[in-house]
Ligand binder design. Structure first.
Ligand SMILES: Nc1ncnc2c1ncn2[C@@H]1O[C@H](COP(=O)(O)OP(=O)(O)OP(=O)(O)O)[C@@H](O)[C@H]1O
Ligand SMILES: O=P(O)(O)O[C@@H]1O[C@H]([C@H](O)CO)[C@@H](O)[C@H](O)[C@@H]1O
Length: 161
């Protein structure tokens, strides 16, 4: 396989390269975060719409340790962080993927300082600490409509019968 076919790997951003990588991205900068354990139609619809709200989309991905603390189940995440990051980086809608290791993305959000913070309609955007934070520097928070019938947990349940 030619190296050109693997350019999506360039979207994986280690924390120490974040500042330089962000400076190269077209504004407005949109940011979202999540686990994205098994990618489904709800996710890709959501990410495409998020990308449409600005010039580039930065995705903060929960590390495996961080995801394990979210109570999604004892064997979650099923896909390890490196694999989840690669699948997301291969999407046209996503410009940059960076991991965070804390229970919430607030620390990462402070470093990125996006123009727009996005979360899916399964969250009450007004009550999120992320919303208050992004508004503190004049950014906006935006909820993307939930696509009914798509969730990783439901998919795992169906597969396991
Ligand atoms: N069906 C959906 N429609 C729109 N957005 C979604 C949908 N499912 C998840 N999202 C959004 O995608 C992001 C990642 O969500 P998450 O990884 O929790 O997906 P999930 O399918 O709900 O997983 P799980 O069932 O493991 O909680 C979140 O910001 C969430 O709001
Ligand atoms: O994939 P999820 O479970 O939607 O992602 C979580 O979102 C939380 C959200 O930002 C609420 O504040 C976040 O705190 C958590 O770390 C996951 O990213």
């Amino acid at each position: 396989m030619s190296a050109a076919a693997l350019t999506f790997l360039d979207k994986l951003c280690p924390p120490e390269e974040l500042v330089q990588a962000l400076a190269r991205l077209p504004r407005p900068l949109v940011f979202t975060n999540g686990v994205f354990d098994i990618l489904h139609r709800g996710h890709v619809t959501y990410l495409a719409q998020a990308r449409g709200l600005g010039g580039s989309l930065v995705l903060g991905l929960n590390s495996d340790a961080s995801a394990r603390g979210l109570g999604k189940g004892p064997d979650r995440p099923l896909n390890p962080e490196a694999d989840r990051a690669c699948v997301l980086a291969a999407l046209e809608s996503v410009n940059l993927v960076t991991l965070f290791d804390e229970p919430t993305p607030l620390g990462l959000l402070r470093r990125v300082r996006p123009d727009v913070y996005v979360k899916g309609g399964d969250y009450d955007i007004e009550s999120l600490a992320e919303t208050a934070l992004v508004r503190s520097w004049g950014g906006q928070a935006c909820a993307i409509p939930f696509v009914d019938g798509y969730s990783t947990t439901a998919l795992v349940k169906r597969i396991r019968g």
